[in-house]
Design a protein around this ligand. Structure first.
Ligand code: CP
Length: 326
């Protein structure tokens, strides 16, 4: 067990080794148990987390804020448009100054080609850890919660479990590709056979794909890419189907929206779910475009674990905060 994570940033999924992720899981399950029993676990008394948001959120904000309070500390919600960032505060100034006020800086910035760079520049200037609440490349805390949920439902030994990470149709907006990218980076490390399914225009970033293949090879997981949603669902243990934008293919938003319209049939419905194993779990990070991306029948059905997944955001984040912000 790797126990000394004090002061560490978590921006990309591979910033923590597999052993460190296992430590996060152990601590997260312990904190979940303590909360269920009403046991105090104020490991971060008097500590304050800055939560800097450049993009909207329901779960991330709620779970970080509640989690910090349960750990005995406080989380300050800071919406970027209410700051002086648009009037000139640089990444270095945010890192230097917030690093002196706060004990950790959590940031959500998903703008294409901007968000990840922003977080790394803040981290370079900050004396305290920077935690990625989602950028355009990674959503590491979502994936820690997902891993925790999969362990709860499928057990600790995940070797040879088939996990489908599928693109799904959604018309609301071009969603970030950080969730599928973080999934293909993290899950093969735990021995799962990950099948990534998407129409041709929805490829992930080539460097992330290379890293995912490396992780699969190193840890004995599987990783393959297909362009057929139904073939991917066949005999799956875990179905994780969500929409993302065609940003690698084109950065023209109008062209991206037109491409999405070609694939309306990429919806997760009961017929497709019946191709997976009978005890397959259905996962989605939310928010979802209901009855467009996934039917109500699947989302609210017996195989769906989306609410446990959302709850586990809080436990996994508390674990990382308790380990890094002490
Ligand atoms: N899954 C997720 O990150 O949800 P929010 O966008 O509501 O934070």
């Amino acid at each position: 067990m790797q126990t000394d994570l004090r002061g560490r940033d978590l921006i990309g999924d591979l910033d923590f080794s597999k052993e460190e992720v296992e430590t996060v899981m152990d601590v997260a399950f312990d904190l979940k148990r303590k909360r269920a029993l009403g046991e105090s676990h104020a490991y971060l008394r008097d500590k304050v987390l800055a939560m800097l948001f450049f993009f909207s959120s329901t779960r991330t904000r709620g779970s970080f804020e509640a989690g910090m309070a349960q750990l005995g500390g406080h989380a300050a919600f800071i919406e970027s448009k209410t700051t002086q960032i648009s009037h000139g505060d640089t990444e270095k100034e945010i890192g230097e100054i917030f690093g002196r006020y706060f004990d950790g800086i959590a940031i959500r910035h998903v703008d294409w080609g901007v968000g990840n760079r922003y977080q790394n520049l803040v981290a370079e200037a900050s004396r305290e850890p920077v935690l990625n609440m989602q950028c355009e490349i990674y959503h590491p805390f979502q994936i820690l919660a997902d891993l925790m949920t999969i362990i709860e439902k499928k057990g600790r030994d995940l070797r040879r479990k088939k996990m489908v990470v599928s693109w799904a149709y959604a018309a609301s907006y071009q969603k970030p590709m950080s969730v599928p990218q973080s999934l293909v980076l993290q899950m093969p490390r735990f021995g799962m056979d990950v099948v990534l399914a998407h129409p041709p225009e929805f490829e992930l970033m080539p460097e992330v794909m290379d890293q995912a293949r490396e992780q699969a090879k190193k840890y004995g997981g599987g990783f393959e890419v297909v362009d057929d949603m139904e073939a991917a669902f066949k005999d799956a243990d875990i179905v994780y189907a969500k929409s993302w934008g065609a940003m690698v293919h084109t950065q023209d938003a109008d062209e991206g929206s037109q491409i999405i319209k070609k694939y309306e049939h990429w919806i997760t419905d009961q017929r497709k779910m019946s191709l997976a194993k009978p005890d397959a779990i259905y996962m989605h990070p939310l928010p979802a475009d209901r009855n467009v991306e996934v039917t109500d029948e699947v989302m609210d059905g017996p195989n769906s674990v989306v609410f446990d997944e959302a709850e586990n955001r809080m436990h996994a984040q508390k674990a990382v905060m308790a380990l890094t912000m002490r």
